[in-house]
Design a protein around this ligand. Structure first.
Ligand code: THU
Length: 162
């Protein structure tokens, strides 16, 4: 594994948002998620947009999965980083996202696209937090219920027995 870029000295910076609410092991895992998302981002295949994105997931079981965006010459076939991370999680046999991290190099924070909010919602609880970072140290954390209010999901199609 190559070393993290120097820009990541900022990763312990505490900012005024829901990150403060993270405690103990959960906060430590949020830092691990950041590191994993940063690493995954370095593998992004984004020759067309040159917008590299890394994502990572901590599941309810405490395991971590990561993903990057994978573009295609047929642009519409592009996979977002969030989608790749979710695929890695499901492939490994897990389905419950506890928290998630997304990293870009945009000067202003960017938040998950609409399609990815829906993808996350499928495997999240309403309180699941998604952390967004850029490489300059900006950071905000949001609950999926705020990213996708009134979301349509498994609860609308599956009975409690399933
Ligand atoms: N992208 C992501 O990976 N996640 C997002 O939430 C937004 C967009 C990727 C898709 C494409 O490769 C590039 O960023 C520009 O849209």
């Amino acid at each position: 594994m190559e070393a993290l870029p120097r820009a990541f000295a900022w990763k312990l910076i505490v900012v005024d948002n829901e990150y403060h609410a993270l405690k103990g092991k959960w906060k430590m895992m949020a830092e691990k998620l950041l590191e994993e998302a940063v690493r995954a981002r370095l593998n992004a295949y984004a020759p067309y947009s040159r917008f590299l994105v890394g994502a990572s997931i901590e599941t309810e079981n405490g395991n971590v999965y990561s993903g990057c965006n994978v573009e295609n010459a047929s642009y519409g076939l592009t996979d977002c980083a969030e989608a790749s991370a979710i695929s890695a999680m499901v492939t490994a046999g897990e389905r419950k996202i506890k928290q998630m991290t997304v990293v870009t190099d945009a000067s202003e924070l960017t938040f998950a696209c609409g399609a990815c909010r829906q993808r996350i919602y499928e495997f999240a609880s309403p309180e699941t937090i998604v952390h967004f970072y850029n490489l300059s140290g900006k950071h905000e954390s949001k609950k999926i219920k705020d990213l996708l209010p009134n979301g349509f999901g498994p609860k609308d199609l599956l009975s409690d027995k399933e």
